[in-house]
Design a protein around this ligand. Structure first.
Ligand code: ZN
Length: 242
């Protein structure tokens, strides 16, 4: 009986050690959210939504999206890939001039990076964007949305805030699920302070464009205003913590 008690005791200690070790490896959302290092969405009663577009720019789709956004006086944030930016500086210039926010999505879009490589990719893209627009991006979104402590620490040390998206606002448009699916995903879950994830490049994005043709007027009709990440943070007083 005594040995059984010991075994149970040891088992409990073991479980707690494992739990502690895994926590130490990845600090998780509450920690990073509270520190202001990572943003998923914000709490607000103001009817504002941040539309975000990854992987661009793309000569056709990004241009079509910019035209649509202008039509609805909507501002968005583009997480661009440095090597694409180099080929299409005029689109980045247009984005900036039209009031959109340009953010960093690395230089080559690698899924696995060492901290050194990430630092290098961020810096390179940073300089390319600055050369075109005259300002440095404030936000970075990890490739594939995958992050760990190393990635977050590297980004924060490089002066970035990591921006993810509202988990219920992942349109999965890169899978080309059909216009209706993209539209209903966004509209059914739309809440003030949401950050919506779209892709304006990396494949055929005609569904994304078509979906926006429905999403923009409908949310506008509901009283929503489309803002950049910086505007979203300003409105909700969650501006970049240094
Ligand atoms: Zn991406």
């Amino acid at each position: 009986m005594k040995s059984l008690v010991w075994k149970i005791g040891l088992f409990i200690v073991l479980i707690f050690s494992i739990a502690y070790a895994s926590q130490a490896m990845d600090k998780g959302r509450p920690y990073y959210e509270q520190k202001g290092y990572v943003l998923w969405d914000v709490e607000t009663e103001e009817k504002v939504i941040a539309l975000t577009f990854d992987d661009g720019p793309h000569a056709t789709y990004t241009t079509q999206i910019l035209d649509l956004l202008a039509q609805y006086d909507a501002k968005a944030t583009f997480f661009v890939i440095g090597k694409h930016v180099e080929k299409m500086p005029e689109i980045i210039l247009k984005m900036g001039q039209e009031g959109h926010e340009i953010a960093n999505h690395t230089y080559t879009h690698l899924y696995k990076v060492t901290p050194e490589k990430l630092k290098d990719e961020l810096k390179k893209t940073n300089e390319i964007i600055h050369d075109i627009t005259g300002s440095y991006p404030l936000y970075y979104r990890p490739v594939g949305g995958s992050y760990d402590d190393n990635i977050i620490n590297t980004a924060v040390e490089s002066g970035y805030r990591v921006v993810m998206w509202s988990w219920h606002q992942d349109t999965q448009d890169w899978r080309t699920p059909g216009v209706d699916k993209i539209v209903s995903k966004v509209l059914s879950g739309a809440k003030p302070g949401n950050i919506v994830l779209f892709h304006d490049a990396g494949g055929d994005r005609s569904q994304t464009v078509k979906a926006l043709e429905e999403i923009l007027p409908e949310l506008q009709k509901q009283g929503y205003k489309f803002v950049t990440i910086s505007e979203l943070l300003e409105i909700t007083s969650m501006s970049l913590k240094k």
